[in-house]
Design a binder for this molecule. Structure first.
Ligand code: ZN
Ligand code: ZN
Ligand code: ZN
Length: 220
C-alpha cells in the first residue's frame, strides 16, 4: 500500500517504500475524497482526487504515470522521470467535466487538464497558445478530467469511511506563462526546463498552487 509523507521543504519529499499489491496489477490508485476548506474558513467543496501524479526531476513539471514509471515526453530529453523517494501527488477533480460549468470557487481553480501527448498538466483555456514538449500545443482529450487546483494554503482533509484526516500539501507550484504548464518553483529557486525554451517562467497572473499528496485510503 502506498503512503505519502511530506517532510521538510524543496522538491525532495520523502515517502514510504512502494510495495506492489500482491497478485494485483498495480494500476491507478483508487480515487479518494478530499474536502477543501478555504483560508477564510468557508467551504471550498468536496472533490475526488486522482493519484499517480509525479514531479519530474529533469524539467520540474508534474506528470501522470502509473507505477511511478518514467513517462510522457520531457523537454530535457527522453521521458519525464520521477525519483521514487518523492511524493506521490493527488490532484482534485469532481469526477468529470462538471467543473467547466461550476461557478468558480475562491481558493480552488477549475480548468486544468492532462495532456495526452506529454502527460503533463496545463491550463486548458490556453491550449491554443501552449507549448508541448512533444511538439506543437498541449492537447485536451475529451472525456478526461477537469482538475481543480487549490491555491493559497487551504485546509484539506481526507474523508475515508467516515473518518476525517488532515492532509498537508505543498506550496510553490506555479503556472508557466510560456508553456502554460504547471511546474514546481520553490521560492523561484527551481525553474526546470521549459519546452518553449530556457527555464519555466512564472506567469504574472499565476497563483501559488497547493498540491496535496496521495494518502492511501484505509480499507476497513
Ligand atoms: Zn520532465
Ligand atoms: Zn503536452
Ligand atoms: Zn514552461
Amino acid at each position: 500500500m502506498r503512503n505519502s509523507l511530506l517532510v521538510g521543504i524543496g522538491a525532495a519529499v520523502a515517502v514510504a517504500a512502494l510495495p506492489e499489491l500482491a497478485g494485483t496489477a498495480l494500476a491507478s490508485n483508487p480515487d479518494v475524497v478530499y474536502l477543501i476548506e478555504l483560508d477564510d474558513g468557508t467551504n471550498g467543496g468536496e472533490y475526488l482526487c486522482q493519484s499517480d501524479w509525479w514531479y519530474c526531476v529533469k524539467c520540474s513539471v508534474i506528470y501522470h504515470s502509473d507505477n511511478d514509471a518514467p513517462g510522457g515526453v520531457c523537454p530535457e530529453g527522453g521521458m519525464h522521470q520521477n525519483d521514487t523517494s518523492y511524493t506521490l501527488y493527488c490532484i482534485p477533480h469532481d469526477g468529470g467535466s462538471l467543473s467547466q460549468t461550476e461557478a468558480p470557487v475562491n481558493g480552488v481553480q477549475a480548468g486544468w487538464r492532462w495532456c495526452s501527448r506529454c502527460q503533463g498538466l496545463f491550463w486548458g483555456s490556453a491550449a491554443s497558445v501552449s507549448v508541448c514538449p512533444a511538439g506543437g500545443h498541449h492537447v485536451v482529450t475529451s472525456g478526461t478530467y477537469v482538475y481543480d487546483l487549490p491555491y493559497g494554503k487551504p485546509y484539506i482533509s481526507e474523508m475515508i469511511n467516515g473518518v476525517q484526516d488532515d492532509i498537508t500539501g505543498q506550496t510553490d507550484w506555479l503556472y508557466c506563462g510560456q508553456c502554460r504548464g504547471l511546474f514546481y518553483g520553490h521560492n523561484n529557486t527551481i525553474s526546470g526546463v521549459c519546452p518553449a525554451g530556457g527555464p519555466h517562467s512564472q506567469a504574472s497572473n499565476s497563483s501559488n498552487y497547493y498540491m496535496p499528496p496521495y494518502v492511501n485510503p484505509v480499507i476497513v
